[in-house]
Write a protein that binds this ligand. Structure first.
Ligand code: FCB
Length: 447
């Protein structure tokens, strides 16, 4: 359906191409140089939480191998690198003293990017909340919001003049719903009321921290990263259409409208009954700050069903190793929908901050990793993003998830999302065919 020959020259000359990672998934060095534990360190210790019973203690050992990793990124020819700061690495307890050694790592990393011509795209919260804050209530507690603002100001003070972009949170829906309602991610709670309070505090921390960082004179672009999917009915039944409306209301509109309009959608608020969050006067205005960008992480579409959950594999659809359907059209549909419904309501320029796929890659006898399905996945999604842009959506950049195979949260090391293969026993990196394909795509100059 999409133009398989899409080339870089079809995109605007100033379009940003990048690769993405996050701290907990790659850094390792779990307690090096004064780093404190995070809720993901704690969660991994609980039996049955991570598929292969692994943890992030070593991961890709990026904390020590960062120079060779930055060389590798630069050699791909990308413009930008999206990474996250581990809050407990720079402030072990999440409040009180900042850790100089931790900050020194990110100073080296950011300076290393700049010296290689890479634009740093920083995320403040990619889920690794300091454990000490969880003990004080974590994101359910309003004091965590104040601590986050202080942390954000310190990061901006030290790095804000050199990073291009600062995203407050990565995927607040995951922290709220998977972390506090379904309990399959850290910190492993199971309460809808907690999840809604957590989401509210994340929005508030987002708005207040952006205001504070800007007040300090930080000129980096500021925004947030949401995981969004187009939601379609599993069948044509009225019940499934209603399931779509509910899922879209709770999953997309709750987030987008809180951030862009400073409002929770009224009918979904009512439906939450006693589970609605405590909202203090001024909160909704504080969370609705003008953003320089909205980051979108897209992997697949969602099929909503009023009955048994929709079985993606049953329809003979192509799926990734996560069991997620390969559906490039979904990103076009999602971008067009955001544009249609929110362009006139403060939607900032969009950036695809994550897109990619896990496949069961292995290094072949010839020393290569033949990941043709990932090449096709990327190519089709590039074309699908381009199609939305052709139809008028403002998209400024695209980041492949991920640079490296890494710790895929509750799936541990069993799922490989990298365009670079990692042998965890030796820390050997091997560029997959998709990395070479991306490099060649980026080398293409307008004719
Ligand atoms: C997203 C996360 C990222 C990674 C991908 C596969 O939800 O932001 O860390 O796990 O999924």
């Amino acid at each position: 359906m999409f133009n398989a020959d899409i080339s870089k020259s079809a995109f605007p000359a100033d379009f940003t191409w990048g690769v993405a990672t996050s701290a907990f998934q790659i850094e390792g060095a779990a307690d090096a140089d004064g780093k404190g534990p995070s809720i993901w360190d704690d969660f991994c210790k609980l039996p049955g939480t991570v598929a292969d019973a692994s943890d992030g203690r070593v991961a890709c050992d990026h904390y020590h191998l960062w120079e060779q990793d930055l060389d590798m990124i630069a050699n791909l020819g990308v413009d930008a690198y999206r990474f996250s700061v581990s809050w407990p690495r720079v402030q072990a307890l999440g409040h009180g003293a900042f850790n100089e050694a931790g900050f020194a790592f990110y100073q080296r990393l950011v300076d290393g990017m700049l010296s290689r011509g890479l634009k740093p795209y920083l995320t403040l919260n990619h889920w690794d909340l300091p454990s000490a804050l969880q003990a004080e209530g974590g994101w359910e507690s309003r004091t965590t919001v104040q601590h986050f603002v202080a942390y954000a100001k310190e990061v901006a003070r030290r790095l804000g003049d050199r990073v291009v972009s600062i995203a407050t949170h990565n995927e607040p829906w995951i922290v709220a719903v998977l972390g506090h309602e379904q309990g399959c991610f850290a910190p492993g709670k199971k309460s809808r009321a907690s999840a809604l309070q957590v989401a509210h505090h994340l929005f508030l921390a987002h708005g207040l921290s952006i205001t504070a960082m800007r007040a300090q004179g930080c000129k980096a672009d500021m925004g947030i990263v949401l995981n969004l999917s187009p939601i379609e009915p599993a069948t044509d039944s009225d019940a499934d259409r209603e399931a779509v409306r509910q899922a879209d209301g709770n999953g997309l509109r709750w987030y987008v409208e809180a951030l862009l309009r400073g409002e929770y959608p009224a009918e979904f608020w009512t439906a939450m009954g006693a589970d609605v969050p405590t909202v203090l006067p001024g909160d909704m205005q504080a969370m609705r700050v003008p953003m320089d960008f909205l980051g979108i992480n897209y992997y697949t579409r969602v099929k909503a069903s009023a009955g048994a959950p929709y079985d993606v594999k049953s329809g003979g659809l192509e799926v990734t190793d996560m069991g997620w359907e390969v559906y490039p059209q979904g990103i076009t549909n999602l971008l067009l929908r955001l544009h249609r419904d929110y362009a006139a309501k403060g939607l900032p320029p969009l950036i695809i901050t994550e897109n990619g796929a896990a496949f069961a890659d292995t290094v072949s006898a010839d020393g290569q990793v033949h990941d043709a399905p990932r090449v096709r996945y990327l190519q089709d999604h590039f074309a699908a993003v381009h199609e939305a842009m052709r139809q008028g959506v403002h998209v400024d950049g695209y980041f492949v998830w991920s640079l490296l195979d890494n710790f895929e949260w509750a799936s541990g090391y069993e799922k490989r999302f990298g365009i670079v293969h990692v042998d965890y026993a030796t820390q050997q990196r091997t560029l997959k065919q998709s990395a070479f394909w991306y490099r060649d795509f980026l080398r293409c100059q307008p004719s």
